[in-house]
Design a protein around this ligand. Structure first.
Ligand code: SF4
Ligand code: MG
Length: 325
């Protein structure tokens, strides 16, 4: 299948008063047309920054220091503002956790949808309205014609997130980047919305990058996933294979911390310690202070993300050096 997106050796730095720090350190991954990919990790791992850099939405003091972001073979990292604006919200849409980052509280849903469409397409108001109604139907909003006249506060949290998805679909994008799209919602509604997003991606042939800390959500929706830690990918492969048989000690820890069942919501085995902050990344393997399998080499040598064909996996950990390659 055809490649939709390929990120190569992405480095994102932040210019701090005390000097420059690296937030995203040599991240590479790719997505086939229509593929659904999860970016997973605790908060601060660099998942959102990676997602934002794809559409050039990193805010200062962050900037893309090096690397390529090839979208249908065009390097988005090298496009000027105007060209990237044409792709963002058009060929690539973004869904945020907080609906209010997308929705303007003082405009009706209809006005917002029609304005979005007319900013990207040369169409009349009547045509824009027709497309808005059609997209609201796709996300199962009842009586869409009537709903277009309403304001964001007149919808429930779940409905608002459906509207956000409808807005992201307006231009029939080829890729949706969804950053914790359902985290603010309760579990049942969360599952419904993820299911809807999954169905829409499949029926419309859209690719999806799902950014989340929630492994249950990732396993429900994605084909492949990458686990991020301290600005790097530390494990990447088929989603179900990773969840059933994690290889990197950090991934193992994340999976061990999953609640056993939907009823026991408390996490059982949290990984002790915290993700290192920006500019405070330890020498050697950045996970070593928290790793129960740490060896001497882990203190000094940074492991590379390598492909292990037999394991059907990319892993960045010294445990897998010669043994299994
Ligand atoms: Fe643990 Fe060493 Fe592997 Fe890092 S490289 S995850 S410290 S075993
Ligand atoms: Mg985030």
């Amino acid at each position: 299948s055809e490649k939709l997106l390929e990120i190569k050796n992405l480095v994102v730095n932040f210019k701090m008063r005390s000097g420059e720090v690296t937030a995203i350190n040599d991240v590479s991954f790719s997505l086939l047309k229509g593929e659904k990919f999860g970016l997973v990790g605790e908060s601060g791992a660099g998942k959102s920054v990676t997602g934002f850099s794809i559409i050039n939405l990193i805010s200062k003091p962050g900037y893309i220091k090096s690397g390529e972001i090839l979208f249908k073979n065009k390097d988005l990292a090298k496009l000027d503002y105007e060209s990237i604006r044409k792709i963002r919200g058009n060929r690539i849409s973004m869904i945020f956790q907080d609906p209010m980052m997308t929705l303007n509280p003082v405009l009706t849903i209809g006005t917002q949808m029609m304005e979005t469409l007319m900013a990207h397409k040369n169409i009349s108001k009547v045509e824009a309205r027709k497309i808005a109604v059609e997209k609201l139907k796709k996300v199962h909003i009842p009586s869409p014609e009537k709903r277009l006249e309403q304001y964001p506060h007149e919808f429930s949290g779940g409905m608002r997130q459906r509207i956000i998805i409808a807005i992201s679909l307006l231009t029939d994008p080829e890729l949706i980047i969804a950053d914790e799209p359902t985290t603010a919602l309760d579990v049942t509604i969360q599952a419904e919305i993820m299911e809807l997003l999954l169905q829409l991606c499949d029926s419309m042939g859209m690719g999806l990058i799902l950014i989340t800390h929630d492994l249950a959500v990732v396993s429900q929706v994605t084909d492949r996933m990458a686990v991020m830690y301290a600005g790097k990918i530390i494990e990447e492969g088929n989603t179900l294979e990773i969840i059933e048989n994690p290889k990197h000690p950090y991934t193992e820890g994340l999976i061990a911390a999953l609640p056993e069942s939907a009823d026991t919501k408390e996490k059982l085995n949290q990984i002790p310690g915290n993700m290192p902050g920006l500019g405070k990344i330890p020498e050697g393997c950045s996970f070593h202070p928290r790793c129960t399998k740490m060896m001497d080499i882990c203190l000094t040598d940074e492991p590379e993300l390598k492909e292990y064909k037999k394991l059907h996996r990319k892993i960045s950990c010294h445990l897998y050096n010669e043994k299994e390659q």
